[in-house]
Design a protein around this ligand. Structure first.
Ligand SMILES: NC(=O)c1ccc[n+]([C@@H]2O[C@H](COP(=O)([O-])OP(=O)(O)OC[C@H]3O[C@@H](n4cnc5c(N)ncnc54)[C@H](O)[C@@H]3O)[C@@H](O)[C@H]2O)c1
Length: 419
């Protein structure tokens, strides 16, 4: 088997420094790695991981490898790979990696299939492309899979749909559903890194801009909160009335996209849904509007509709496409409508991925230990793992909690108390 496919292996030294920089901000994963080295809970287990190939993912790969696993990695998005990290994984850490930033669709799937050629016993997905390919095109390898894990909201939605109609052929643990994952990664990670991506791409001053955030879920809350903090006038669009109230009470204006489209300077979609910004919205946008997406797939912005309304386009800055609409307006699309935080910046900061990937590592261990009890369903992360990660993270940050007294414990567990 090839030992990977990366852009330029000579970038490895640079990638190694980047991986080490991230490691310094991932103390929970480091503690797990230390234990894994001693206990070897993943000894001989083949893991195929389809994740964003970043310095944080490299540290997860190293932890799994040091726990005894044979790990192979491929990209979960054509634009999210850090080429220097991919090079280092292959040449410095001996982890076969198939990922090149900007790879076309055919290469993306060739890389996914290369990871599947590893005959995984555990799959790790971010968006469920690996499991979908395995279950539809590489079915001969399915019986060898013990279970999988899934990193993101969109992947979990796809897997639950599969479980519902009986097409999910092995158990999957929804890492995204851990509190120590989505409370922090989706909110603070996506919040900060999405704005980081927009700023790096455009050098825009966000203060005074009208920023439209589509979707007020975990990611949207984070994006809106951080945009407000930078002085933007934030408008939220939603379809869920509860989220709508929450956005209003958090101090944002809430309106349909048809209205927001006329007002916004910057548009950010984070819904996990498709065609959230469509032709009818482009038709009323101001000239100079910037449009981007931080949801998992590049379907939230209807790019074919934008192409249809446009005469020509040019690259105004790297990965910033300037569309010239036939009526003379210009609209800017960032990162081809793909995850703007990974396409234009470095994705989530390591300190937050520390918890997400601690969940991945401990769930891999859980899968090996509990393989026989798991059915073909989507499972949540066991509460014990979630709480342990929170405890370790808080300690590593130098914060300490109170403990319940015996009297308090009794009070909280007894129905006779409280009078
Ligand atoms: N950029 C990243 O690095 C990153 C990180 C984590 C998650 N994600 C992805 O971001 C997306 C959102 O994740 P989340 O955890 O916030 O999900 P979520 O389910 O918590 O929130 C999504 C929100 O979008 C709303 N929504 C759905 N359709 C809409 C529409 N047409 N208009 C307006 N609002 C609409 C829903 O009501 C919901 O409140 C997913 O695709 C997820 O996989 C990306």
């Amino acid at each position: 088997m090839k030992k990977g496919d990366v852009k330029d292996i000579s970038l490895a030294a640079q990638g190694k420094r980047k991986i080490e920089w991230a490691a310094a901000q991932m103390p929970v994963l480091a503690a797990i790695r230390k234990r894994f080295i001693k206990e070897q809970p993943l000894r001989g287990i083949r893991i195929s991981a389809c994740l964003h190939v970043t310095s944080e993912t490299a540290n997860l790969g190293i932890t799994l490898r040091d726990g005894g696993a044979e790990v192979v990695l491929c990209a979960s998005n054509p634009l999210s790979t850090q080429d220097e990290v991919a090079a280092a994984l292959v040449s410095e850490y001996g982890i076969p990696t198939y990922a090149i930033k900007g790879e076309d669709n055919a290469t993306y799937y060739a890389h996914l299939n290369a990871a599947i050629d590893h005959r995984p016993q555990i799959t790790m997905d971010d968006g469920a492309d690996l499991v979908t390919t395995l279950l539809t095109k590489r079915t001969e390898l399915v019986p060898g899979v013990i279970a999988g894990t899934e990193e993101t909201t969109t992947g979990v939605i796809r897997l639950r749909a599969m479980a519902k109609d009986g097409t999910l052929k092995y158990p999957v643990v929804a890492v995204n559903d851990a509190e120590t994952k989505h409370f922090f990664d989706n909110r603070y990670g996506t919040g900060q890194s999405t704005l980081d991506g927009i700023i790096r791409a455009t050098n825009l001053l966000l203060a005074g801009q009208k920023v439209v955030v589509a979707g007020y879920g975990w990611c949207g809350r984070g994006v809106a909160m951080r945009a407000k903090g930078l002085g933007a006038d934030v408008i939220v669009t939603e379809i869920d009335p509860v989220k709508g109230i929450e956005a209003v009470m958090d101090g944002f204006r809430v309106m349909p996209m048809a209205e927001a489209a006329k007002e916004g300077d910057v548009f950010i979609t984070v819904t996990g849904n498709k065609s959230v910004i469509r032709g009818e919205h482009f038709q009323v946008m101001k000239s100079g509007a910037i449009v981007c997406n931080s949801g998992h797939f590049n379907v939230e912005i209807d790019i074919p509709a934008l192409e249809k309304l446009s005469g020509e386009k040019r690259e105004a800055r790297p990965l910033v496409d300037e569309y010239h609409l036939r009526d003379g307006r210009k609209i800017y699309l960032l990162g081809e409508g793909r995850l703007v935080n990974l396409a234009m910046a470095e994705g989530h900061p390591a300190a937050v991925m520390d918890m997400s990937f601690a969940n991945q590592a401990l769930c891999a261990e859980y899968i090996v230990k509990h393989a026989k009890e798991l059915r073909r369903e989507v499972y949540g992360v066991p509460a014990k793992i979630d709480k342990e990660i929170a405890r370790l993270k808080l300690e590593s940050m130098g914060h300490h909690l109170d403990k319940l007294t015996a009297e308090q414990e009794h009070y909280l567990s007894s129905w006779q108390e409280g009078t």
